[in-house]
Design a protein around this ligand. Structure first.
Ligand code: ADP
Length: 386
């Protein structure tokens, strides 16, 4: 109900109650007058006083002859005023109570929000305007709550990122330091050993470089400052270069990288460095999420349905179907026992996917399930077909 309507309704009730009570009081005064009137003085019977005309005339004569009787009239007026002020006070109190009760709910809710409690539901009011205020306030509370949840999620993501990055950095830095110390201490006493130590140092350095590059790419993506500097290039050459950059990492992990590239040219309009980042991330994952009996990673390419396709196929840990939709989210990691030793920042796939999308292409992973390997697929528009 609208407040104006409610006020109108209350005023009508107040008017009807006052009129009824004043009429009742007046009637009581008349009855008392009839009962008490000294009939002998004006020669009328009490029964005759029941007729309104006789009563009015008799009252007129009586008040003219007894000026002191006006005290009764004043008493009657005082009773009427008392009735009016009592009904007005009671009704006004009721009206204001009903409105302030609803407003108090809003004030209480505002205090709860101020105190940090935003997880409650506001009860509306039967006053339309106040109900609208409650709804507006509740919408505000809900958006504050979701902003707070977003902020908490962001905070969590940031602390996860810092924890993961420090782990990702610590491991290769410690390894590099260990191997350099070993070389300094003369432990690499034959050329084969020295070559191996240097290989490990290079591989660990690649890991650090990849992480730093991913971080700078991510911040540019977040700031929408990642420009694509595209030119026509050969997908097979790019895949070959990516393979060369990861050959040492794979070898140290006991894996062989096999290339099965299409025997015809695959021209694509790409930002060469950014696309190399994509395959770097996919290859790093293929090495990182290997099993103890994993043997090889296959890099292949083909032209299908007028599109360029590149595949990075591994025989590693695989991914279960439930996790599949989430792995592209920034900072998301499949965090179960099998992956617990293989920490990562959770950035690689998200960045790779965004870069591919900026080329008008698609990136997705498929897996037969846990322990059954993973295939990463990148599709790009063929140059000349865009
Ligand atoms: P991370 O830095 O953790 O590797 P990514 O975004 O590259 O982050 O990958 C997200 C998650 O997807 C990883 O935590 C991992 O569990 C899963 N994943 C990605 N690639 C593979 C793969 N080739 N084999 C198995 N799991 C993978």
């Amino acid at each position: 109900m609208k407040i104006r309507k409610y006020f109108g309704f209350c005023n009508l009730i107040m008017l009807l109650v006052s009129i009824t009570l004043i009429c009742a009081a007046t009637l009581a005064f008349i009855v008392i007058f009839i009962m008490k009137f000294p009939v002998e003085e004006l020669y009328v019977t009490r029964a005759a006083l029941l007729q309104p005309v006789v009563l009015v005339e008799t009252m007129g004569s009586f008040f003219r002859g007894n000026p002191l009787a006006f005290g009764y009239v004043l008493l009657w007026a005082a009773v009427c005023i008392a009735i009016l002020s009592a009904t007005t006070t009671i009704m006004t109190k009721r009206m204001s109570q009903r409105i302030t009760r609803s407003l108090y709910e809003v004030v209480k809710a505002a205090e709860r929000v101020q105190g940090g409690d935003k997880s409650f539901e506001m009860i509306g009011s039967d006053m339309q305007e106040i109900d609208e205020l409650c709804t507006g306030f509740d919408d505000m509370r809900r958006s504050l709550l979701s902003a707070q949840k977003r902020e908490e999620a962001l905070k969590h993501e940031r602390s996860m990122l810092i924890a993961n990055i420090s782990h990702d950095l610590k491991t290769p830095v410690t390894a590099i330091k260990g191997y350099i110390d070993a070389i300094n201490d003369g432990l690499a006493d034959d050329p084969k050993k020295l070559a191996h130590y240097l290989k490990v140092i290079k591989s660990k350095n690649n890991t650090i470089e990849n992480l730093v590059n991913n971080l700078s790419t991510m911040s540019r993506l977040e700031l929408s400052k990642l420009e694509m500097d595209k030119s026509v290039g050969e997908l097979n050459d790019l895949l070959y270069e990516a393979e060369q950059e990861h050959i040492i990492d794979a070898e140290l992990a006991g894996l062989e990288i096999v290339t099965e590239l299409a025997d015809k040219s695959i021209p694509v309009n790409i930002d060469y460095d950014k696309m190399k980042r994509v395959f770097s991330n996919l290859l790093e994952n293929a090495v990182k999420y290997r099993k103890s009996d994993s043997k090889r990673i296959v890099i292949s390419s083909e032209i299908k349905d007028s599109c360029a396709y590149a595949y990075v196929i591994d025989d590693g840990m695989g991914i279960c179907a439930d996790e599949m939709p989430k792995i592209y989210d920034s900072f998301y990691r499949v965090d179960d026992a099998r992956a617990s030793q293989t920490k990562g920042s959770g950035l690689g796939l998200g960045i790779a996917r965004q870069i591919v999308q900026k080329h008008g292409g698609r990136l997705w992973l498929t897996s037969e399930g846990v322990g059954r390997g993973t295939t990463a697929v990148v599709s790009l528009p063929l140059y000349g077909r865009t």
